[in-house]
Structures are given as C-alpha cells and as structure tokens.
Design a protein around this ligand. Structure first.
Ligand code: UD1
Length: 450
C-alpha cells in the first residue's frame, strides 16, 4: 500500500522574527521541513507535498535540492490545519494508500513512531493520531479516549474545564487513508472558538461513521515544535546531544563531546578520534581510525582511514583525503584529492587539485587556482616534493618523483623526475652588509645630532 506525506508548513512563524519562512531555519544543517520529511522516509512515500504560506519559492528551491519529486503547494489564506491539508488534494488525486500528515516545524518525530502508527492502521483503525503526555499540557489539543477508542480531539480554546484536565495531547501527526482524508475534510466547518478549519475534527467525523480511531503515543521530545529562535537553539542542542551519543555508541572517541558539532549527515567510522572544538558541516564522512584534531572545520569532505586532520585545519567541499593522508595546521583544502599518505602539513592552500600518493607539500604552498575569472586545476604526481612557499600557478602539472625548489613560482609543467627552480639565483656580496649597517647608523646619528 502506498504512502503520501503531507507536510503542513504554512504557519507564519511570526515569533521567529525572520524574513525566511520558518521551515527553512535549520537544525543540524537541514531545514526543519526536511527533518519532517526524513521522519517519514522509512514509509517510502511515493509522493511528498509541502504546504507553505509566504515564501513558497524559497521553500520550493530548498525542496528541490533535497528531492526533485517534492511538490510545494501554497495555502494563500491560513484558514486552519484542515484547510492546509486540503491544499494537497489536487496533487494526491486518485492516489491510493495512506496520507501521513506531519508538521513542518516539528523535526524530531522518530521513524519508529511512524512505523507504530502504520501498525495501528494495519489492524483496522481508519485514523491513527500521534499523542503524547507533556510535562505541561499548555494549549495543546486534548485527546478524548473512551474504551480504548479515540473519540475526538478538543482544541484548548474550545475545551471545557474537564476536557482541559485531560493530559493526553495531540502531537499533530495523523495517518489516514488518503481518499478518506479528503472525504472527511469536506465535512469540516469552522464553527469553533478560533474560526478555523480544524484537521483534528476528522477524528470525531470518522467515529460518527463508525470507523475505528486510535492514538499512538510517543515521547514529548518527538512532538517538539519550533516557534522561536530560543526554541530553535534548544532543538539544535537536543539534536547535537543525540548525534554525540550516537557517535560514542558507534565507537568514536570524542575527547570533549559537548564541544563537537555535527550535521544531520555526518558519518564517522569506528575508532576515529575527534578532538575538542571540531565542527562538521554537511556532507562529511570520516573513515575508521582517522583523527580530527582540535579546532578543525570540515564540510563536504571525505577523510580516509587513518588520516589526520588539524589542529586548525579547514576542509571545504570536495576535499578527498585518501587513507593515511595528513593535513596539518592552518591548511585549507578545497575540491582537491590527496593520495594515500600525502602530506600538507603547514600553512597551505590546496584547491582544485590532485596530489598523488606519498607526495609532500611544503609549508606555505599555494595552488593559485583562480585568475580572477575562472578556476584552473593543479595536478601533482606521486612521491613529489613541493618545496616550501611554492606558488603553483594553475593550470599546471608536476610529474611523479619531481621536486620544486623552495620559493618557486611554478608557471610551466614540471616533467616527472625533474627539479624546477623558479626564483632569482642567490648572489652573496662580501662584506656588503657590514658596510651598509655602518652607513645607515652614521646617517641616523647625524640626524639625531642636527
Ligand atoms: C495543532 C493542533 C493541536 C495540536 C498542535 C500540536 C489543530 C486544529 N490543532 O494546534 O491539536 O495539539 O497542533 O502542535 O490541528 N498550519 C498550516 N496552515 C494553517 C494552519 C496551520 O500550514 O492554516 C500548519 C502550521 O504551519 C503548523 C501546523 O499546521 O506547522 C500546526 O499549526 P498551529 O497553528 O501551530 O496549530 P496549533 O493551534 O498549535
């Protein structure tokens, strides 16, 4: 049976005090709405519809970067959650299976919880709703359960005191046969305290048809919705704590876990060592036994087994370190492949380059990859020795087993096995320095006298 996700994300997010749609704010480097989509990924949805208000184009752009098949529809007027869900009707027309309604500002619903909801659907419940028991039930919708059946959800504004006393609250996630969802939505009116079309009314309407409705419960953290910057920061903290826990459980050494920051897709192998104050941007893989030393920043990079990065290194997108490669302090690597055992240990920039196995790049080397208009490649062979402070003016190639002399500006290819010297030849002038010092000191003394 197919599944379709409907992500409700048209809330104005006023309290974020932001020009950006709320669901584009990120946790772990991933927009909030993409977290909701990730929660439902195990259900293998055949269609994903994101319902947005303002900023549809920006959400569309972000969505297409995640999955070209995501449909973004606009809810021009914010008339309530049922009205928002009905915006998916045209996109899902004729589709069979289950619609799973998720909230775009609620990033932590676990796939396992949605799997439990799917189980509850399979045993004959027409509608399954995610419930939770918060420490403070605040203004959440209250779930009225009788004889194990979820009879209705009462919004806080509409609830009687005895209903407000109910501790089981609506988390906002629903699973229901797709055709039935739109059928029930047609029956919903806005005759309530908020004057909104409440999606929660489908519970009552399904029960009125004699259909089974049940609640599956989860931990409060799974229904955490983000409304403010403070909430976003709290969510980031929870996300980081979970990532750190997972890394430790997977056999990664984190010397000072609280100082290491991960992205949603950071992948680190067993026995890797991550020293304090390391930041992982999106798209980083670190293989087994590698060491990332203190104060390094990595994004879009692959670090091979046994490789060592840092301290104070920066790996930018496209940095590919083969096994046992070394990138030391104050080095930046971008869109460059370092072969096995290659070393870039001090104060260098290697960009748009390939560096062969066992090659040593001396301190202060720069691949001059940009001519002000276009980027150019530097290719360096195996077992090459690049002398300190070499400028490699791309496009340029240095063959296997070649050398460059310290301080060279290399503008032409260096054949394999050759030494390239590209600097002025040294000339020593006997006694010149002593004579010059004397002259300068005499001149200074004369100035001070006068
Ligand atoms: C909703 C539920 C409530 C539940 C709570 C959980 C309803 C009527 N109430 O309340 O029972 O306890 O969520 O957080 O469903 N949205 C739209 N378009 C709209 C209105 C809302 O896209 O016209 C989206 C919002 O972006 C948000 C979600 O739906 O992601 C929930 O909307 P919100 O206004 O926060 O609902 P609550 O009143 O908090």
């Amino acid at each position: 049976m197919g599944t379709q996700l409907i992500i409700l994300a048209a809330g104005q997010g006023t309290r974020m005090q932001s020009e950006r749609p709320k669901v584009l704010h990120e946790v772990g480097g991933l927009p909030l709405f993409a977290h909701a989509i990730a929660s439902g990924a195990d259900l293998e949805p055949e269609k994903i519809v994101v319902v947005v208000g303002n900023g549809a184009d920006a959400v569309r752009k972000a969505a297409s970067a995640i999955d070209a098949d995501i449909t973004v529809v606009e809810q021009a007027e914010r008339l309530g959650t049922a009205h928002a869900a009905s915006m998916a009707r045209d996109t899902l027309k004729g589709m069979t299976g289950d619609a799973v309604v998720l909230l775009g500002d609620t990033p932590f619903t676990r796939p396992e919880t949605l799997a439990k909801m799917a189980d509850a659907r399979r045993v004959g419940n027409a509608v399954v709703v995610l419930g939770f028991e918060p420490a403070d039930p605040a203004r959440y919708g209250r779930m009225v359960v009788q004889d194990g059946m979820l009879e209705r959800i009462v919004e806080w504004k509409d609830a009687l005191p005895k209903e407000r006393a109910i501790t089981l609250c609506n988390g906002g996630v629903m699973m229901v046969d797709t055709a039935l969802l739109f059928d029930l939505i047609d029956e919903i009116d806005n005759d309530n305290a908020s004057g909104e079309y409440y999606l929660t009314d489908i519970v009552r309407l399904a029960r009125a048809r004699g259909l089974g409705v049940t609640a599956v419960t989860c931990d409060e953290s799974e229904t955490l919705g983000i409304d403010t910057r403070a909430g976003l920061a709290r969510a980031e903290g929870m996300f980081q704590a979970a990532m750190r826990r997972e890394a430790l459980e997977n056999g990664v050494t984190l010397v000072a876990p609280d100082t290491v920051f991960f992205s949603h897709d950071t992948a680190i192998g067993r026995d890797a060592i991550i020293e304090p104050h390391v930041v992982f941007g999106p798209g980083v893989t670190v293989e087994t036994g590698a060491t990332i030393r203190a104060y390094s920043h990595l994004e879009g990079s692959h670090v091979g087994a046994g490789a060592v990065v840092g301290p104070y290194a920066r790996l930018r997108p496209g940095a590919e370190l083969s096994n046992d490669a070394k990138v030391g302090n104050f080095c930046e690597i971008k869109n460059a492949h370092l072969g096995e055992g290659a070393k870039v240990n001090h104060l260098s920039y290697i960009g748009d380059a390939t560096v062969g196995a066992a090659t040593n790049i001396g301190a202060g080397t720069v691949t001059c990859n940009y001519d002000g208009v276009s980027k150019h490649q530097t290719t360096i062979g195996e077992r090459v020795f690049i002398g300190s402070d070499t400028m490699l003016v791309a496009p340029v190639h240095v063959g296997d087993d070649a050398m460059t002399a310290t301080g060279s500006v290399i503008t032409r290819d260096v054949p394999a096995g050759d030494l390239a010297v590209a600097r002025a030849r040294q000339e020593n002038k006997p006694g010149f320095a002593l004579r010059l010092f004397k002259k300068l000191r005499d001149a200074k003394a004369a100035r001070q006298k006068g």
